[in-house]
Design a protein around this ligand. Structure first.
Ligand code: GLP
Length: 269
């Protein structure tokens, strides 16, 4: 696991965008896994700016989002499809037909969505770069604590803590779903590379569990310790509870020197 600690959330976005761009340089038809939430917003803004400046193009790429609420009316502004359009898809040159979320059509059996989504990811050749945030309770996607580390895309019941954290995005009289369809932890683990972003002190405990805690279903992000190529981008506040911080800084400097000499992160694939 590569842990990169940067000054602030802007630096996290700039650094994250550079890694997405590096992927696109090597593979313009890359398959991305996208995340929602407040954290990746600045990353999406930065990528949209870079696209407008002609520095990057998503025109040949495909995307699969981590999760989607279940039970929202079609065209709800609270859906993760609406979020992705607002924050990213409508701002870049990605083909809308190549953007996917685990959506359940009205009247469809939600239990069928997961296997179908998994098949679509397989048919696209698998995910090259999965972007992740992290919940206060260590969730990734909507894999709440106690999710099986072998889970696949499926319906999940959200915890009261997650409902509370996400309630800020819903008006008082608005329906807030208690269920979602999320990629499973095993689905996420199959991505070839993973980029997790976390900013702010409210994430510090979850980040400590992810990087330095035991691998446990009670902190689903800790499963990433078993993945070969994970980069964790943190601001100072999110890194505040890491015990081995000095070592991560040292290792990052050494790795950067190696990359400067021998080529970047993605070139070895
Ligand atoms: C949501 C999403 C996650 C996201 C997390 C953190 O519940 N399902 O994919 O990583 O919450 O969100 P935020 O970045 O807003 O803190």
């Amino acid at each position: 696991m590569e842990v990169v600690i940067l000054k602030d959330a802007d630096d996290v976005a700039v650094h994250g965008a550079a890694l997405v761009e590096a992927m696109l340089r090597v593979k313009p038809q890359a398959v991305f896994g996208f995340a929602t939430g407040g954290t990746p917003r600045a990353l999406y803004r930065r990528l949209a700016e870079r696209q407008r400046a002609g520095e990057v193009s998503f025109s040949r790429s495909t995307s699969f989002n981590l999760d989607e609420y279940l039970g929202l009316p079609p065209d709800s502004p609270q859906s993760y499809r609406a979020y992705m359009r607002r924050e990213f898809f409508d701002r870049v040159d990605i083909d809308p037909a190549a953007t996917h979320l685990p959506e359940c059509a009205p009247g469809e059996d939600p239990q069928r969505v997961g296997p179908r989504y998994e098949a679509m990811i397989r048919e696209a050749g698998g995910i090259d770069l999965q972007i992740l945030g992290i919940g206060h309770n260590g969730h990734i996607g909507f894999n709440e604590p106690s999710s099986s580390l072998a889970s696949r895309t499926r319906v999940k019941t959200l915890t009261p803590r997650t409902l509370e954290a996400n309630s800020r995005l819903f008006d008082d009289d608005e329906f807030q779903p208690r269920l979602a369809i999320t990629m499973g932890i095993a689905t996420i683990m199959e991505a070839r590379r993973i980029l997790l972003l976390a900013t702010g002190e409210a994430k510090a405990a979850a980040v400590a569990g992810l990087v330095e805690g035991p691998v446990t279903a009670m902190c689903p992000a800790s499963a990433l310790q078993l993945h070969e190529r994970v980069t964790v981008l943190l601001d100072e506040a999110a890194a505040a509870k890491l015990r081995h911080r000095a070592y991560y800084d040292l290792a990052y400097r050494e790795n950067r020197a190696l990359k400067e000499r021998f080529g970047d992160f993605y070139a070895a694939d």
